[in-house]
Ligand binder design. Structure first.
Ligand code: NAP
Ligand code: G4F
Length: 346
């Protein structure tokens, strides 16, 4: 019998990589998409099949994490073996602008799924994965973070993720649900949302190198992030649910660099020679051969509260799940740059 998976957040970066991974593993995959006034399925259009096709193994359903009824009805109808909750208002900076909405989706949405699983557990024991985030460590003083590091959240997003983390643990301990948390550090890909910093930098610098854009505006250049590849990370997500017991795992690369170093590496990849000048919000990057400013900082992109440095210790996942990252940051940058060039040439 084929396993059945239900993915909340299937239209996002991780949802699309996970759906493709599970289809390769011969799962029947159901995904939840939100109603939107414009198409929001571009990341999964390549695996869409007409549901009337008798060989169809990928199905989309309308639903929303703010809507308990849609969640309950979908889970009761599909009765999957595994549920992956990847849905969230996932942008940290935006969470300061819409804190109530972020909490409703990113915190309460998880509770809505878990409570459905509790109600339905006599019908079926469904495994549950919660997409936790390294943002939960926030302003931690620990130089490297693992499953035992105390959380110090610095945004409405991170606080919502901590609620989801603990409610997942609480439902596991109180109702004996198979409910696990991943604590994933930043992971990127060509399919990353356009307003996250790696994608924003790569897209802009490729366009600048081709003279299709003049400038890129950024915020804090000195925060450090531990960046991996989404394709490696969805394998870890799957392994977390295949483990014999529910548990919580940090997924990371164990290395971090600043935003400025990320910019430098992308410029190197594009053979763009730049130098930096100025300080704070006046810091800028100048292209050597033209002497033109191509990067400036803008207050708009600084956050009310910043997470200065994240670096993950994934030794538990390595030991128990036999997982490790396979794609290096330089390989990730190369893939993102090549994808962007192709998009422009199309
Ligand atoms: P993403 O690209 O922003 O995808 C988020 C998904 O959630 C999209 O499918 C989005 O739908 C959906 N969604 C948003 N609000 C919803 C709602 N009210 N009801 C139902 N669905 C809703 O995020 P991602 O990078 O793939 O990340 C996946 C998950 O991992 C998120 O929970 C994120 O917070 C978490 N996470 C990500 C990272 C990372 O570095 N990528 C690290 C740690 C944790 P639309 O397509 O319609 O917007
Ligand atoms: O790319 P970012 O927006 O990612 P952030 O805030 O680390 O959050 C991402 O990773 C989390 C895991 O740790 C996920 F849970 C979350 O859902 C999301 O996927 O920003 C990275 C860093 C920040 O320090 C930010 O201040 O880049 C800095 N930054 C500098 N200029 C910028 C910009 N970030 C954005 N988005 N845009 C800028 O112009």
């Amino acid at each position: 019998m084929k396993k059945i998976a239900l993915i909340f957040g299937v239209t996002g970066q991780d949802g699309s990589y996970l759906a493709k991974f599970l289809l390769k593993k011969k799962y029947i995959v159901h995904g939840v998409r939100r109603r939107s006034s414009s198409f929001n399925t571009k990341r999964i259009d390549d695996i869409y099949v007409d549901p009337t096709n008798k060989n169809a193994n990928f199905f989309l359903h309308y639903g929303d994490l703010t809507d308990s009824l849609s969640i309950f009805k979908l889970i009761e109808k599909i009765l999957p073996d595994e549920i992956y909750n990847l849905a969230a208002q996932s942008h940290v900076h935006v969470s300061f602008e819409v804190p109530e909405y972020t909490s409703n989706v990113t915190a309460l949405g998880t509770l809505r799924i878990l409570d459905t699983l509790k109600t339905l557990q006599k019908k079926k024991k469904i495994k549950f994965y919660q997409a936790g985030s390294s943002e939960m460590f926030g302003k931690t003083k620990n130089k490297i973070q693992n499953e035992k590091t105390i959380f110090y959240p610095a945004s409405p997003y991170a606080i919502s993720k901590i609620f989801s983390h603990w409610i997942t643990k609480n439902y596991r301990e109180s109702y004996n649900l198979f409910a696990s948390n991943g604590i994933l550090f930043n992971h990127e890909s060509p399919l990353r949302g356009e307003t996250f910093v790696t994608k924003k930098i790569v897209t802009a610098l490729v366009k600048i190198s081709l003279k299709k854009q003049k400038k890129l505006y950024l915020g804090n250049l000195y925060s450090k992030r531990d960046w991996g590849h989404a394709n490696d990370y969805v394998k870890a997500i799957w392994k977390i649910l295949q483990h014999k017991k529910p548990d919580d795992f940090v997924i990371a690369t164990g290395r971090n660099i600043t935003i400025k170093e990320f910019v430098n590496r992308v410029c190197k990849k594009l053979n763009m020679k730049i130098f930096w000048t100025g300080k704070g919000v006046n810091e800028r990057a100048i292209l050597k051969n033209t002497n033109k400013i191509i990067i400036e900082c803008n207050k708009k992109y600084f956050r009310p509260s910043e997470v200065p440095s994240l670096k993950g210790d994934y030794s538990k996942a390595k030991k128990i799940l036999k997982w490790k990252p396979l794609i290096s940051l330089n390989e990730l940058i190369t893939e993102m740059v090549e994808y962007e060039k192709q998009q422009i040439n199309q």
